[in-house]
Design a protein around this ligand. Structure first.
Ligand SMILES: *Cc1c(COP(=O)(O)O)cnc(C)c1O
Length: 377
């Protein structure tokens, strides 16, 4: 027998999360998650699932029938889009201007498909002219994939223009909206986005672990006409949707839905809908302006130019001679405040300050500026 480990219950402190995610969770969301677990086919739960689907459709601004939440974090949403739509040997134009575009390339190549890369400098948005050149040079490409809000750098790309280009050249668009959903303007139907995924733990301020996903009718058609079966059983949308659609009032079992996590997502999206999407976008913008003024006063410089800066993810260069890790450790220890380290090419060079969802509020901005000022002095 192994001796039984004896620990006390894990009781984390209340941190203020101002990094790249997870973000501060709404207290109502934490409360929702602790409600009694019911069966995932319980009629009451099924009623909540119907509401949840329409809340996700609202957040994405889409009427797409194939709209649901993958039972896993944003990375699984990414994989869901690629694994369902892309078949071996097909060509995908992949835009890479940070960490997450590079992950898209890895997804495409693992699927046995061909990634044609459009590289843009870290900290800059995807360049539509470079994308158009790639689309012209690759008339056999089937997809255009890009990250709307690059969390690794804080750059916002012009999703509307990029999706219009995809359409012009006969490609389906695959869009990463993990950090953009709820924080900046995003209109799936109006912009003609074909496949989109997000995450629960960024601007939705829900607990981590779920990924809202939506496929346009054209994407559904592509999925239906596959010549090869979807390589992942768990992420196969045609199987999963038997649970997410009440065809004739009946849902069938695919995998046990993460019941309590779905309560949490329902609550966070209910809060977003009550605030109103456009109000939420505006709030993120206003809080970003307050934070920006304070950061500039501290002499910190932004990584991204003003016209493509994300309000919800503020990447600033670490001043010369300042110890990156020491500052973040002090913020955490003395102020219970988490900000993000640099990722990839910006590791050790930048901090990433998140203003996401419930975290995009005045008291957080004030605390962050005061703490940074004290620690930097
Ligand atoms: C966070 C993030 C992901 C991955 O989401 P996880 O929930 O960490 O799996 C993907 N893309 C972008 C742009 C992100 O910010």
């Amino acid at each position: 027998m192994l001796p039984a480990p004896r620990f006390t219950a894990f009781n984390p402190p209340r941190r203020i999360l101002m990094g790249p995610g997870p973000s501060d969770v709404y207290p109502e969301v934490l409360a929702a998650q602790s409600r009694p677990t019911v069966g995932h086919l319980d009629p009451l739960f099924v009623g909540m699932m119907d509401e949840l689907k329409s809340l996700i459709q609202y957040a994405f601004q889409t009427k797409n029938e194939m709209t649901m939440a993958v039972s896993a974090p944003g990375s699984a949403g990414m994989e869901t889009c690629f694994v369902n739509l892309v078949e071996p040997g097909e060509k995908v134009i992949v835009c890479r201007n940070g960490v997450f575009g590079e992950r898209m390339r890895q997804n495409v190549e693992r699927m046995g498909a061909i990634a044609v890369l459009v590289d843009n400098e870290w900290g800059t948005p995807v360049d539509p002219a470079a994308v158009e050149a790639a689309l012209k040079a690759n008339p056999d490409a089937k997809f255009l994939a890009f990250v709307h809000a690059e969390t690794s750098t804080g750059a916002l790309s012009d999703a509307k223009t990029l999706c219009a280009l995809a359409k012009t050249y006969g490609c389906l668009s695959i869009v990463d909206a993990v950090t953009s959903l709820g924080g900046v303007e995003l209109r799936v139907d109006e912009w003609g986005i074909d496949a989109i995924y997000s995450g629960s733990q960024k601007c939705l301020s829900c607990v981590p672990g779920l990924s809202p996903v939506s496929f346009s009718p054209a994407a559904v058609e592509k999925l239906k006409n596959r010549k090869t079966p979807v390589q992942s059983w768990f992420l196969d949308q045609s199987l999963v949707m038997a649970y997410w659609t009440s065809a004739g009032g009946k849902r069938s079992y695919h995998h046990t839905a993460p019941v309590n996590a779905l309560y949490a997502l329902h609550e966070s999206l209910r809060i977003l809908a009550a605030e109103g999407l456009e109000n939420a976008w505006q709030r993120h913008h206003e809080m970003h302006l307050v934070l920006r003024a304070g950061l500039e006063k501290l002499g910190l410089n932004f990584v991204v130019d003003e016209d493509s800066r994300l309000p919800q993810l503020n990447a600033v260069y670490i001043p010369a001679g300042v110890d990156d890790a020491a500052v973040r450790t002090r913020l955490l220890k003395d102020y219970n405040l988490e900000i993000g380290a640099g990722l990839g090419a910006l590791a050790g060079k930048a901090w990433r300050i998140g203003l996401m969802g419930f975290g995009a509020r005045r008291e957080n901005v004030a605390l962050c500026l005061k703490a940074l000022e004290e620690v930097l002095n």
